[in-house]
Design a protein around this ligand. Structure first.
Ligand code: ADP
Ligand code: ZN
Ligand code: ZN
Length: 760
């Protein structure tokens, strides 16, 4: 008999194996041990039972891990879709989708141990257990304590009663910690028949304890809830657009309640793991002992445990809060998927393959599981906005719900512009700061309120050049300038991490007239510290002390009003609930708007509104946001300050339509990478030429990307635009055929290819 087995490797198809033992009966989704190549053994997943005999010599499967499938049918279908849609190998999807603790491998075939390699793999797959103590005879126990002959045994029993309020079993490790008793004391108690020992799998996921009270929804929230539930009943995904602080999370709570009431599972996706903690606490307060934070805080064993618990629908993990990888857990009764901050680009995995978008994948997973899907954001992506629009001749693909006011009449932040050209002309500038902004800052601080400065670049200056010879300090292995970090006095590459000490003299000509260009967070911090010496200024970006713990501490302190001014990158734009912010300053807004990317304006708009959302949540007057710009007539900035949200989206859509960008088309970016600049260029040109033969698509490039060299690897790229109605399946198959010929050309062997479907 033959079966097809999926392996976690870059293979386009499952591999066929032989089963000689008729007694073995396998199901799709089961985990097996198979040999592959000369010396390796992998964990494989049964893809197809009763397969045809292949043309190649088959090997025997060596073992079966569990009697039941570990991967559900839904998951297998989901994997297949991911591989097809994102042009990656099924095996790559498997590797990403399964927690590493379940992917046991063995490369060691040295026959020096009695156990065969597959026996060893099998052992490693068994859950680790620990000893628990259970009470067998209460009367005997009480007698033993009363007699008080064996002091150590008495001690153990007393501790047992202390730990076990309902006489339930207690983990030996806890009993040991309290009583300090040895295992020989334990053995004596077992021999007397007072206690017994049981082995239990070690539980590593900790329950969170807390309690909270449910709120009454406001009328606006109730209306939103109603339209969401209506859409759910029609099996439509919902775009939920609600300004920051409008109470979207409260509405989610109700939806979660509805899913739980029918014993369903809930998946709550967030763009960044940093956000999961606060939300988990909030959900747990409402639904105690039901929520799992599936984030980087979990180790390998905990992930395996989470996997099994989700598979078994354990109520302690009925609600999973996580970043994109939580999509891959084996839900068997998923009723609701919430994708919060759906516009966030971190939902897209850029490396390694599969380069999937968690939001889009969630929609597909929802269809597969018949789960309701809600995509929430204060600033939906243009694509989602479009999907919720009814166009002539077409019903809207998604339903929509909105919340337009903040909860409890918290006022929206007022946004205003400072025209830097005018300020320069009137000599009202101090470095990068205008008098207008400084005055507002002064007033804010006088009122006892805090201020936030948003700057999207780290470091002090983003470029150092020599005034006399013109040389720019460049990274040796990347095609980028080095960023000057003044606090540490180093020049650092933000792409490869290379750094060198900062010398105040030019290495090339010896001149000491070095010019600093490009503003980073550190410089904003330096300036503000100098300007307001008796105020406390704190900076939060991925440099500042760089540990997550330190950053969190700084944010906590700021929340607790210990600091007056916070300077940071986009890290400060989300999640954190600041209460007393009167002013938000953006010293250079223009650099956000002018990037060579059709999404630049959208992303700037979203970012600025997210940051604006941090302002004055609990104050009776609105917070202010001041944007310094050289281009006060910019359309996006104008729409932002005038709050013309619908205009922004419709203009954005018009431009996309005119230039045939998504959502009016689809795109694939093909990336080429190699050590040799000329080889990578030749390869990409060859590929582009071949693509240009395909009818009905637009091929842009090959071109160098904005950064064309990173870590001594040269890059080229090709963009493909194609109409939505084109058969994607067909197109992808054609591209793969081209890839095949490409790989057949010896000269191009050193080139690495990557497909970024729906690239960001
Ligand atoms: P969003 O998720 O849209 O940013 P939140 O759900 O965080 O908004 O709500 C903002 C604040 O208002 C939170 O502190 C929340 O507890 C509070 N809030 C929202 N709706 C209600 C309500 N109906 N009753 C009581 N408090 C609410
Ligand atoms: Zn010089
Ligand atoms: Zn570098």
């Amino acid at each position: 008999m033959f079966i097809e087995v999926l392996l976690p490797l870059r293979l386009s198809r499952p591999f066929t194996y032989r089963i000689s033992n008729d007694g073995i009966c396998l199901q799709r989704g089961q985990r097996v041990i198979v040999p592959f190549g000369k010396r390796k053994r992998y964990t494989g997943i049964v893809w197809k039972v009763s397969a045809e005999a292949p043309a190649y010599e088959t090997k025997e499967i060596e073992g079966v891990f569990e009697d039941e499938p570990l991967i559900t049918e839904v998951q297998l279908k989901f994997w297949e879709w991911l591989a097809k849609h994102y042009m990656s190998y099924l095996g790559e999807v498997m590797r990403t989708a399964m927690v590493s603790g379940l992917l046991i491998e063995d490369a060691n075939t040295e026959a020096n141990s009695a156990e065969s390699p597959s026996e060893k793999m099998f052992k490693r797959a068994q859950p680790k257990t620990e000893v628990w103590v259970e009470l067998i005879d209460q009367k005997l126990a009480e007698q033993c304590i009363k007699e008080a002959k064996a002091a150590k045994q008495v001690q153990v029993l007393q501790c047992f009663f202390q730990l076990s309020s309902h006489l339930e079993p207690v983990a030996w490790i806890r009993l040991h910690q309290l009583s300090k008793a040895t295992t020989s004391v334990r053995r004596a108690l077992v021999q007397k028949g007072i206690i017994g020992l049981v082995e239990r799998p070690i539980e590593r996921l900790k329950a969170i304890a807390s309690e909270g009270r449910p709120f009454e929804l406001t009328l606006a929230q109730q209306n939103a809830l109603q339209s969401i539930e209506n859409a759910f009943d029609q099996q439509k995904p919902v775009i939920f657009k609600g300004v920051t602080g409008s109470g979207k999370t409260e509405v989610y709570m109700k939806l979660i309640e509805r899913a739980l009431s029918s014993s369903g599972q809930v998946l709550f996706l967030l763009p960044e793991i940093a956000l999961t903690e606060a939300l988990t606490l909030r959900i747990n307060a409402r639904f105690p002992e039901k929520v799992l934070a599936y984030n980087s805080g979990l180790n390998k064993a905990q992930r395996v445990e989470a996997w099994y618990k989700v598979l078994k629908q354990d109520s302690s993990v009925q609600i999973v809060v996580g970043s994109r990888s939580a999509l891959f857990l084996p839900f068997t009764n998923l009723k609701l998927i919430v994708v919060d901050e759906e516009h966030d680009t971190s939902f897209k995995q850029s490396d390694p393959a599969p380069r999937y978008h968690a939001r889009d994948s969630a929609i597909y997973l929802g269809q597969l599981c018949k789960a309701s899907v809600i995509l929430g954001s204060a600033t939906p992506s243009v694509e989602s906005y479009f999907n919720a629009l009814a166009v002539v001749g077409r019903e809207a693909k998604y339903a929509s719900a909105t919340l337009e006011v903040r909860y409890a009449e918290a006022l929206a932040t007022q946004i205003e512009l400072v025209d830097l050209r005018a300020e320069y002309k009137r000599k009202r500038m101090d470095g990068f700061f205008s008098q207008t902004l400084l005055l507002q800052l002064d007033e804010t601080l006088q009122r006892g309120e805090q201020a936030l400065f948003f700057q999207n670049r780290r470091g002090f200056a983003t470029l150092i050049s020599c005034q006399s010879c013109g040389s720019v300090k460049q990274c040796r292995s990347c095609d980028v300038g080095l960023t000057y970090h003044k606090n540490e006095s180093v020049l650092r590459c933000h792409y490869c991490g290379f750094q060198e000490p900062f010398l105040s003299k030019c290495v090339d000509c010896g001149s000491n007239e070095l010019h600093e260009q490009g503003l980073g967070t550190e410089q904003v911090e330096w300036y503000l510290k100098e300007r307001f010496p008796d105020r406390s200024v704190v900076r939060v970006d991925s440099d500042s002390g760089s540990s997550l713990l330190k950053r969190r501490k700084a944010l906590k302190e700021f929340e607790g009003q210990k600091h007056h001014i916070l300077v940071g990158t986009q890290m400060i734009s989300k999640g954190i609930d600041f209460k007393n912010i009167g002013l938000i300053g953006v010293v250079q807004v223009d650099q956000l708007l002018y990037r060579a990317d059709y999404r630049a304006q959208e992303q700037a708009y979203q970012m600025l509104l997210q940051v604006a959302g941090r302002g004055g949540r609990h104050s009776d007057k609105p917070a202010k946001m001041v944007l310094q710009t050289y281009d006060p007539d910019n359309r996006v900035l104008k729409q932002l300050i005038e709050g013309r949200d619908h205009d922004f989206y419709s203009n954005e859509l018009e431009e996309r339509k005119q230039f045939f960008y998504p959502p009016y088309s689809r795109m694939i970016r093909i990336q080429f990478r190699a050590k040799s600049e000329s080889v990578v260029w030749e390869g990409a040109s060859w590929f582009a030429k071949a693509l240009k033969q395909i009818e009905g698509i637009e091929v842009l490039g090959n071109d160098s990307p904005v950064i064309s060299k990173i870590r001594n690897q040269h890059y080229q790229q090709i963009l493909i635009k194609y109409p939505k109605q084109l058969s994607v399946h067909h197109l992808k198959a054609t591209i793969f055929r081209i890839q095949k010929s490409f790989e057949g050309i010896g000269h191009f062997q050193s080139i690495r290819l990557a497909y970024h479907v729906d690239h960001i």
